[in-house]
Design a protein around this ligand. Sequence first.
Ligand SMILES: [Zn+2]
Length: 463
Amino acid sequence: MTLRLYDTNTRQVRDFVPLVPGCVSIYLCGATVQAPPHIGHIRSGLNFDVMRRWLGYRGYDVTFVRNVTDIDDKVIAKSREFGIPWWQIAYANERAFNDGYAALGCLPPTAEPRATGHVPEMIEMMRGLIERGHAYASEGNVYFDVKSYPDYLELSNQQLENLLQPEGEGETGKRDARDFAMWKRAKEGEPSWETPWGRGRPGWHLECSAMAHKYLGRAFDIHGGGIDLIFPHHENEIAQSKAYGDDFAAFWVHNAWVTMSGEKMSKSLGNSVLVSDMVQRWRPIVLRYYLASPHYRSMIEYSEESLREAETAFARIEGFVERAVERCGAVDPAPEVPLAFAEAMDDDLGVPQALAVLHTAVRQGNSALTADDKDSAVARLAEVRAMLGVLGLDPLDDFWAGGSRGDDLHGVVDSLVRLVLDQRQAARDRKDYATADAIRDQLGLAGLAIEDTPSGPRWTVNQ
Ligand SMILES: [Zn+2]
């Protein structure tokens, strides 16, 4: 079986064949760290985390680079507004993004380069492009000459004649209004770096071309980002990198947005959808299920109701896992996921179809438990855990079950409660029911509910 991916550039789903056998290199445009993330920002990182886990399952050695744009107009504006240095704004928000990715179970990238750490690489690229006649310096800015690159606008399928290039402030001295800025002249009181063409700061597009070249070389497998980045950002990255002599990305993969009332989720909606706020109101594993369940190319229209539906759906999966472990004991994930699940994932990361396979296995597992067919229940549990693991959603994985969420005391409390429950069992064995009931009542006062199951007593914290 071969993984097939939708490639924005060729506008079709096509076979994914890595440039280097056994290895996959991915560059994902990361955050512009001007504000803390809402769930719409994290969706991209999450979709690509699922892609990366699937490629890992398929046996590939994945190099995953996700950059940080730590300087831009909005970062500078906030620095002025709050009277603190630009890097303090950028770094605080970078940490908030990393907390958000980590809370939702995204694996850390192989490298996470910051734009401002790569000015020498950007100067090198501009120098090369000027020498080859693709760029020019003018009035302290450096522009890319779009007419010098014939394949410009292939990704977004536009015509140069009709192009309206979004223009940044202070972009003077262009030869053609459609040329775009690679480097911006320094303004009074703004952070700036020295270049052969004067002091200034990087343009957004140049950062990614320079960092992809540095970390992934002249050619790499997959370039990703949200659909809003196709133009101008990715189109301009391609022009710079290819004109510089790089082959650049073999595949272009774009994820859809989280929308509210049909509009792209934005900061103006306030704090209600900030990841830091959402993880207080919803379990992070449920948020991950909610954001990862739809196909990555489908919009998610956000609502509390749809989140509750996701919570219910995930509870069905989790309930089976818990009951099966109680009845049959711990079971490792199966070494392989079911064929139908793999086929769905290989078909452009078809998570909705893959989840249908998973839910079927959960139903079959529940039926097996009801029929007291332990062999079948164990087999379904192993499969379900394997499928959940690929999606980063296995509740028994150390990440969710262990100390990574700050509840490292769970293991200690569990040992203590088991000790008390053993005392209760000993009292029952000697038919001292008064003591047994008293122990149960004491645990109840401590906020613990005890349920007797065929595999022994089970405790939960009363909500
Ligand atoms: Zn980028």
